[in-house]
Design a protein around this ligand. Structure first.
Ligand SMILES: [Zn+2]
Ligand SMILES: [Zn+2]
Length: 258
């Protein structure tokens, strides 16, 4: 599989997973036009997309979903709660082919097998995904205030993980956000994963991982350098065996293959 993070952060998220015979997108939080432009830049063909998997219904994850899928007939997958949230935003309800997924149950999409797992975030029924093709699995775990042992058990199956590393707790605490927003971001039940929390997850996973992309970085309360440094501290001796990258908001990430 070839993975490219097309966009990542609070202004829009989209991940492109190209397999042997088709492609899956995870989230469509940038415009239809921008999805297509960035896919082309990554060398991917928007005509190959076999399914769009949505982690949750916040606008930075669904902005382009309606137009992209209506124009192309690409089916949308998500938990019932996520699809319910998406449904309320659609121009022509009924025009999209929507498929509810149950957390924990594997669904087939082309040659891919995808399993959703629950995350902790202030959305209706948020989830991450394990995407498997053959014996290779890629995990997507963003927009979650914490990573539980249950979530870890899904991520431990993965060869590569796109993992949230949203904020530096010190930058958040000392930053200019109002107190209520600081509390919401840092909330373990409903918020976003901090750099040290992501590093602790990587410490658990790094033995079996070849690639990690740190994702959904805050432009206000984080820097790529801080996120990378904290992740490297977390993985310690394994740092040499693990390719750690950072996803960006305004440009596509370097593609990698697993
Ligand atoms: Zn988000
Ligand atoms: Zn969100």
């Amino acid at each position: 599989m070839k993975i490219t993070v097309l966009a990542s952060g609070s202004k829009g998220n989209c991940i492109c997973v190209e397999g042997g015979s088709g492609t899956i997108l995870v989230d469509a939080g940038i415009s239809n036009r921008e999805i297509r432009r960035r896919m082309a830049e990554a060398g991917a063909d928007a005509g190959d997309v076999e399914g769009l998997f949505l982690t949750h219904e916040h606008s930075d994850h669904i902005r382009g979903a309606d137009v992209f899928c209506r124009g192309s007939g690409v089916p949308v997958y998500g938990t019932e709660g996520t699809l319910g949230g998406l449904g309320g935003t659609l121009k022509k309800p009924g025009a999209l082919s929507m498929h509810a997924v149950l957390p924990g149950a594997e669904v087939a999409c082309g040659d891919f097998f995808v399993t959703a797992f629950r995350t902790s975030h202030d959305a209706a029924e948020p989830s991450g995904f394990c995407i498997r093709e053959g014996d290779v699995t890629v995990g997507v775990c963003t927009d979650t205030g914490m990573v539980t042992s249950g979530m870890l058990s899904y991520l431990k199956r993965c060869d590569a993980v796109i993992l949230e590393s949203n904020h530096c707790p010190l930058m958040l605490a000392e930053g200019r956000y109002p107190a209520f927003l600081k509390r919401r971001i840092a909330d373990r039940e409903r918020g976003h994963l901090s750099n040290p929390a992501a590093a602790a997850v990587l410490r658990e996973l790094c033995d079996g991982l070849s690639h990690v992309v740190l994702a959904h970085l805050s432009e206000e309360n984080n820097t790529p350098e801080k996120a990378l440094a904290t992740a490297h501290e977390g993985v310690g001796l394994y740092a040499g065996n693990l390719d750690v990258g950072v996803a960006r908001q305004h440009t596509i990430s370097d593609s990698f293959e697993v």
